[in-house]
Design a protein around this ligand. Structure first.
Ligand code: ZN
Length: 539
């Protein structure tokens, strides 16, 4: 199977019809037949496949200048045009066969050191030897597959998607033992994609102009696709990492931290794919792997640092520390929402460094500004264990150049104000239930999660109001006041709900009254009013 010429990517059309296409068919179909979104059987596959297609366009079809970008945005290229553009690299995208295989290491075929692993170990959240042993595969549907010969198989499209997902989001270790490297952006990086109403527009909005990947060197092709000559890049010594100077800048889309080689069978009897449920006689039930692939991080322990520093992955937000080292941001427990507006959509300078949005988002805000949606997703990893896959979209409410500075200033104040109130709510609820505030074991993170979730809709409504007011040069204070009121009433509602549910023992009325008083003090404090940009209260 070839990942450019064969149909393997599941898509949904406007009519709702789902089928598999080859990458050059992304612009196929009109009217009801137009392709709107990806339709993989797993959400992490969707998150990876969108990056596969963006990476493919970026590598072969990048616009030379803003005019060319606009041309293709308004009038998508035909399928023949795309087929021609992809043609020169088709040979690097074979999933099977005797030659180099896409994102695999052919030498493992005859390696005695390589281990045979069940195919499900390629899924990032799959229970593996360690998780089954420690009984921590709680949120994963446990498969029966613990051996390699019990008949669980992946069809080739699912095997390809699983492989690309693993190489793109790889956690450390996992999948049959430690000693394996994380992805170029670390384990389970957060990615953000600007979304439009057709697949082509979504893809194209996230493709950067050629100059973003400029380099003064002419790299051989294996410096983009290392599987064409993996021996050149795989390090046998721990801590010796690939640097971005050694590779073509476009390699940022084709990282290969893991050493994998599929065992592909062509049987007489059809079997059912474990992931998508299709029946097929060409499949993979296991693969070979080995520790120590291509490393994108130098040093170890506290001194571990990303060795890939240029270009930043265009789809990920980064934290730039004081020394200028960029680290891709990773999802944290609690999900992704407007609490992350600073960092995902607007940059944020803190004491320890700067959080900055993905390059495609920054570029979109500066050059292509329209109100669209941002799709943010990634794995919350605890080392080699996947705690959760987060996946959400939020509105992009963007302002014109003329008012952007003050719009961003006030937006930051709205988010920071909410941050302050959510923390106060949690802190006061904690006081209600526990004598020693310092040694509380109860998990109150649900308080903050509820706070953010229930104010999210209003936040975006207030952003629109704020923008309209700034556009008309109106006073924004009434909007800030309303937001303050909303935050305060949410804090009070949650406090009352929690303190009356009896979910915790021994909530004594006196303690509740004291905590309520302190909550009132903080949500109507001078500190919060200042944070929101409200004038001092007139007496
Ligand atoms: Zn399948």
């Amino acid at each position: 199977m070839n990942l450019i010429t064969d149909a393997w990517i599941p898509v949904r059309r406007k009519s709702g019809k789902v089928n598999r296409i080859a990458p050059w068919q992304i612009t196929e179909g009109e009217g009801e037949d137009v392709i709107t979104v990806l339709a993989a059987p797993r959400p992490d596959f969707n998150g990876a496949l969108i990056q596969f297609l963006i990476g493919l366009l970026q590598t072969t079809f990048a616009p030379k200048n803003p005019r060319e970008w606009r041309k293709w945005f308004q009038q998508p290229p035909g399928t023949e045009e795309l087929r021609e553009a992809f043609e020169p690299i088709v040979y690097a995208f074979d999933l099977d066969g005797e030659g180099p295989r896409f994102m695999q290491e052919t030498d493992l075929k005859n390696s005695k050191k390589a281990k045979i692993q069940p195919i499900t170990y390629l899924l990032i959240d799959a229970p593996t030897d360690n998780t089954i042993k420690d009984n921590i595969d709680l949120f994963v549907k446990r498969t029966s597959q613990t051996k390699t010969d019990d008949g669980v198989i992946f069809c080739l499209p699912c095997a390809a998607a699983a492989l690309f997902t693993m190489q793109t989001f790889a956690p450390s270790g996992g999948g049959g033992g430690g000693g394996k490297f994380t992805s170029l952006r670390g384990g389970g990086p957060l990615s953000t994609i600007v979304v439009e109403n057709t697949l082509w527009k979504t893809l194209w909005l996230n493709v950067m102009e050629m100059s973003y990947f400029s380099s003064n060197k002419n790299y051989p092709i294996e410096h983009t696709f290392p599987w064409l000559q993996p021996g050149k890049f795989i390090r046998s010594k721990k801590g010796r990492a690939i640097t971005s100077e050694e590779m073509d800048p476009l390699h940022v889309y084709w990282g290969m931290p893991r050493r994998v080689f599929f065992d592909i069978k062509c049987g007489e009897i059809e079997k059912q794919c474990f992931v998508c449920g299709c029946m097929t006689n060409k499949y993979s039930g296991n693969y070979k792997d080995l520790t120590m692939g291509i490393s994108y991080f130098a040093g170890s322990g506290k001194n571990k640092k990303p060795s890939w520093v240029y270009p930043l992955h265009p789809l990920s937000p980064y934290f730039i520390d004081k020394d200028g080292t960029p680290t891709a941001i990773h999802p944290q427990p609690g999900g992704i929402g407007y609490r992350h507006w600073l960092g995902l959509i607007q940059s944020d300078q803190g004491n320890k460094g700067k959080r900055q949005p993905a390059s495609v988002v920054e570029h979109f805000i500066l050059e292509r500004r329209r109100d669209l949606r941002l799709w943010a997703f990634g794995y919350d990893m605890d080392n080699m264990k996947a705690r959760c896959w987060y996946d959400s979209t939020m509105p992009l409410v963007l302002a014109d150049d003329s008012i952007r500075k003050s719009y961003e200033f006030h937006t930051a104040a709205l988010v920071n104000g909410a941050q302050y109130v959510s923390r106060q709510t949690r802190a006061q609820i904690k006081k209600t239930f526990f004598k020693q505030v310092t040694d509380v074991k109860g998990d109150l993170s649900f308080v903050e999660s509820r706070f953010w979730q229930e104010t999210e809709g209003d936040f975006f409504a207030y952003l629109s109001k704020l923008r309209d007011a700034l556009n008309r040069s109106d006073d924004v204070v009434p909007i800030l006041k309303e937001w303050h009121k909303r935050l305060a009433s949410m804090a009070e509602t949650i406090f009352n709900d929690v303190s009356q549910t009896g979910a915790f023992d021994a909530a004594d009325p006196k303690r509740i009254a004291l905590a309520w008083r302190d909550l009132q003090k903080s949500i109507y404090s001078k500190k919060l009013r200042e944070q929101l940009g409200l004038p001092a209260r007139s007496r």
